[in-house]
Design a protein around this ligand. Sequence first.
Ligand SMILES: *[C@@H]1O[C@H](CO)[C@@H](O)[C@H](O)[C@H]1NC(C)=O
Ligand SMILES: *[C@@H]1O[C@H](CO)[C@@H](O)[C@H](O)[C@H]1NC(C)=O
Ligand SMILES: *[C@@H]1O[C@H](CO)[C@@H](O)[C@H](O)[C@H]1NC(C)=O
Ligand SMILES: *[C@@H]1O[C@H](CO)[C@@H](O)[C@H](O)[C@H]1NC(C)=O
Ligand SMILES: *[C@@H]1O[C@H](CO)[C@@H](O)[C@H](O)[C@H]1NC(C)=O
Ligand SMILES: *[C@@H]1O[C@H](CO)[C@@H](O)[C@H](O)[C@H]1NC(C)=O
Ligand SMILES: *[C@@H]1O[C@H](CO)[C@@H](O)[C@H](O)[C@H]1NC(C)=O
Length: 811
Amino acid sequence: MRHLGVLALFLFLSLIWGQTANGDDGRPTCRRCDLHHACNCSYSGFTRVPMVTDQALSLDLSFNNITMVTQDDLMGHSRLTLLDLHANGLAEIHPSAFDSLWSLEELDLSDNQLTVLNPKWFNKLELLQHLNLLNNPYSFLGSPSLFLGLSELRRLMFGGPDLKELRREDLSGVTHLEELTVNANNLDRYDSGTFGDIWPLGRVTLSLHGPFLTNPALAAAVLNDVCYPETRLTLSDLHLAHYVSVQPFKDSINMIRYLSLRNVSLSDEACVSMLALLDGVPLSSLSIVGLTLTGEGRWVTANRTDLRSMDEFFASDVTILDILKFAMVSELQYLLQYQKKLSIINAKLFLLSCYLTKMMVNTLYLDVSDNLLTDLTLTYMLCDSEETLQELRVLNISGNLLKSLSTLSRLVTKLTKLTQLDVSRTSYNSMPSSCSWPSTLRYLNISRAKLTIVTPCLPKSLEVLDLSYNDLKEFVLTMPILRELHLSGNKFLRLPAGGPYPNLQTLTIQSNTLNAFSLSDLQSYRRLENLEAGHNKFVCSCEFITFLHSQLTGSGDVKITDKHQTYVCDSPLYLQGEAVSQVNLSIIQCQPVLFVSVSCGVALLLGILVAGLLWRCHAFWFLKMTWAWLKAKRSSQRRRRQRNTEGTDPLLSFDAFVSYSEQDASWVENFLVPEMEEPSDSDSENPTSPLTLCLHKRDFLPGHWIMDNIMSAIERSRRTVFVLSENFVQSDWCRYELDFSHFWLFEAGGDTAILILLEPLSKDDVPKRFCKLRKLMSSTTYLEWPQEEERRPEFWRSLRNALRGDNEQEN
Ligand SMILES: *[C@@H]1O[C@H](CO)[C@@H](O)[C@H](O)[C@H]1NC(C)=O
Ligand SMILES: *[C@@H]1O[C@H](CO)[C@@H](O)[C@H](O)[C@H]1NC(C)=O
Ligand SMILES: *[C@@H]1O[C@H](CO)[C@@H](O)[C@H](O)[C@H]1NC(C)=O
Ligand SMILES: *[C@@H]1O[C@H](CO)[C@@H](O)[C@H](O)[C@H]1NC(C)=O
Ligand SMILES: *[C@@H]1O[C@H](CO)[C@@H](O)[C@H](O)[C@H]1NC(C)=O
Ligand SMILES: *[C@@H]1O[C@H](CO)[C@@H](O)[C@H](O)[C@H]1NC(C)=O
Ligand SMILES: *[C@@H]1O[C@H](CO)[C@@H](O)[C@H](O)[C@H]1NC(C)=O
């Protein structure tokens, strides 16, 4: 018993061991690798680096709880090109943990708990191109430089809330970068020139919140080192409150062409100082995303700021803290008159004055989407019937509070160079029956409005028309040069006919209520190449499925470009939710008529075949015979029972029942009967008593069923004589008789059959199917009717003896 207990414990332990320690030394295993050996083991709660196939090319371990990478954890991964350890709480990495990763090109250690960075980590990573060390609690990079051997490094990200100092030699080894991102919000110390050796620099993103606020000199030093005309500079998290806080730009602003600010707050004072700095600089693109204006918009120096070089101004997500006091309108005109491309998006803008737009003589592109413009303020902005924005090519007023398409069309008609108009996400709910548009208009986006019908208001000059996410059921307009038509998210029941769009190449009609479409539908479009029609309510008929399968496999001229999984059956019910590409309908479902007719045909053919076969095998004959025999047997039994109950003896009234064929009747009547029944006393010394024969012709009771007659004849006769001849074997009757007699043989248990061969007949002459007769012929001796007269008495004697034999014994 104790042994058993120990065994159980052992088994239990080994089970536990087997579950947790599927690796060498208790390391978990991750098998989430795809065909391209990309292993995604993120979000798996690993606390150690899991075992992964050596074949892995990329390994994503982000969002786990791996706090440590040991020397052996990544051993053997010499093929790995990408290792992502982002967000793990990683605190410790063995100095040679990455030593075997010779092929590594991308390493992400961001958002961890690394307090010290060790140059030894990167010693062997000569091919490393992207390195992300952001947001770890180290306060300095350390020397010697981490990056000395990394000559291929092109993207470098480091820093975090704890980064305090950057020293001159910290970045030695870094020569040129496509992208540099430094989070230095709390930087205290920066040695001038630390970034200065890196050139060229493609894109620089700096978070310098603290330095801009408290140490402008430091911020200026950093900016000076990264500003080159070809470098795109992004500064984020700036709080520009005073004159001082914009001074870091003072020296470098002349070098900057592309400036982008993210998450910036700006006071009036800072703005005025900034405008003063921007006066006449070669800045060509200024982009501000996430701008908080804390002042009242009193930018008095604006009329002195020359922004002639600025081609593009982009502002989005603008918040004005004190919107009631804010009054910047008149100053804006000076700032916005030069840009070719002007975007003020999501800025709660409710008015741009006509006065302003009249000054925007250079503007080709104006995007004021996601603001609070109404039909009225739009009328004002576009100067009603007066000329304005004469150079404008693109106007984007999407996401505003616009309701009247006729107002819009009236206003934009005079923009004689307008080619693109985006009025999506507006409240247009009806369309006048006719409108005027600039003849140059090629692109019109009225998606996500509330249109229920379209009318010839839409211009025929369009090449791209987006009407998606409205309430349309129909689209029948002639658009001779239309290339792209977007009708997704409406209520179309079928594809619009292609005739009116001879040049259409792209049609999107997803998320409607299309039941199906067919090849002829597609063929009505002469030049259609791309179709997107997923997320509809497809009725998965056989025709549609076959058609779509061929279309999805790309055999048609039209490519289906959206995801194939989005083509889902809506009906019939048993296919609801199934992706069309996964449905295989059987021929029964698809061609019921064909199926039924073919199967009926096959069944008929089979029937005929079987019947033929049966006929050839004489099955019917056997059946008939069996049936008759069964019936006759029953009545014979009945008779016997009757006799038994009546107590009468089984009367044998005949000596022999003679079974013969009609053709042999003459022989029976002329020879057999006279000889047996009225024996001539030629042989007087041995007088023969007459034998009684039963002949069906003579002794059968008329009116009884013949089978019964035969049966009872056989019953009442001691013997059965078969007169065999060619004729006999051809007669059906004989067969029955033969068979009955055969059964009788079995039942009586005696040797009651006597065969007479009228003509020489060998067993082989008897057809095979008369197997019983054949058997009888081989087991019973038979008498042959001699052709020679002198041998006949001998024959008769033998026959008589045979007929009498048993009788004598019985007596
Ligand atoms: C790994 O999967 C997560 C979701 O589980 C996904 O967010 C991440 O992008 C994937 N990583 C890669 C490299 O595909
Ligand atoms: C992993 O870390 C997350 C948050 O860092 C924590 O909520 C979770 O409990 C940790 N899981 C394990 C298994 O340690
Ligand atoms: C924006 O910058 C401020 C500091 O000026 C910072 O506190 C805040 O977290 C930043 N917001 C975002 C979304 O980055
Ligand atoms: C700018 O506007 C102020 C008044 O607001 C005016 O005194 C000054 O002359 C203007 N300067 C230019 C260059 O127009
Ligand atoms: C108009 O603005 C919206 C939102 O900012 C944008 O999605 C769309 O692409 C713009 N349209 C054009 C034609 O640039
Ligand atoms: C039309 O505007 C919507 C919403 O602004 C945008 O998503 C869509 O891409 C635009 N359509 C085209 C064809 O540019
Ligand atoms: C239909 O056939 C495809 C391959 O031809 C197969 O992948 C799919 O599983 C099949 N779908 C069903 C429901 O049998």
